[in-house]
Design a protein around this ligand. Structure first.
Ligand code: NI
Length: 182
């Protein structure tokens, strides 16, 4: 998920909608402490920071592995976004979804210049491994739960466009700014 679709970067090429890597089911990470896995985490951290995003998944930098970064922080677009330390999420699973869903705007570094009003479960319980390979279990709500669901979709070959309930919920970023930014 991104905050700044216009920030293309030179160092990391981000797979764009239509690239086959975004449609693959990513494979589990078997060796989290390995230099390969640790380096991939570092690359994702750098790529998402460079792009000004709130999350990025490994397939977006052309590695079809089950890991993503969440790095929510408040900004003009998401003034109520909680501040969190960039966190690596590895081999994630959702243990529980609340029945209640809510729609909110999302963007994606792989879907430039567009915004979608995407329904997501308000609360989820999740299990994953952290960068040190330690199992974590958490309950997430609101915006953080939204980022988690958006990034998990990337590991299953989906983008936010696949979750829209109406094509009318997809708008240009220019229009989004015109209508919704303060
Ligand atoms: Ni995305």
């Amino acid at each position: 998920m991104n905050q700044n679709n216009t920030a293309n970067n030179n160092q990391y090429s981000i797979a764009q909608l239509g690239h086959p890597v975004l449609r693959k089911i990513a494979t589990r990470v078997e060796d989290i402490p390995s230099p390969e896995s640790q380096q991939l985490i570092e690359h994702m951290m750098l790529a998402v920071a460079q792009a000004g995003g709130v999350g990025i998944a490994a397939p977006q930098i052309h590695h079809s592995k089950r890991m993503f970064i969440m790095c929510s922080k408040p900004n003009a677009r998401y003034p109520d976004a909680p501040l969190m330390k960039p966190t690596a999420i590895i081999n994630p699973e959702v243990l529980y979804f609340s029945k209640e869903t809510e729609k909110d705007w999302e963007g994606c570094l792989s879907v430039p210049s567009m915004r979608g009003l995407v329904p997501r479960h308000k609360q989820i319980a999740v299990r994953y491994f952290n960068q040190q390979g330690k199992e974590q279990q958490k309950e997430l709500t609101g915006f953080i739960a939204r980022i988690f669901q958006h990034e998990l979709d990337h590991l299953n070959g989906l983008t936010f466009i696949d979750q829209l309930t109406s094509s009318q919920d997809l708008i240009s970023e220019v229009e989004w700014y015109r209508q919704f930014s303060k």
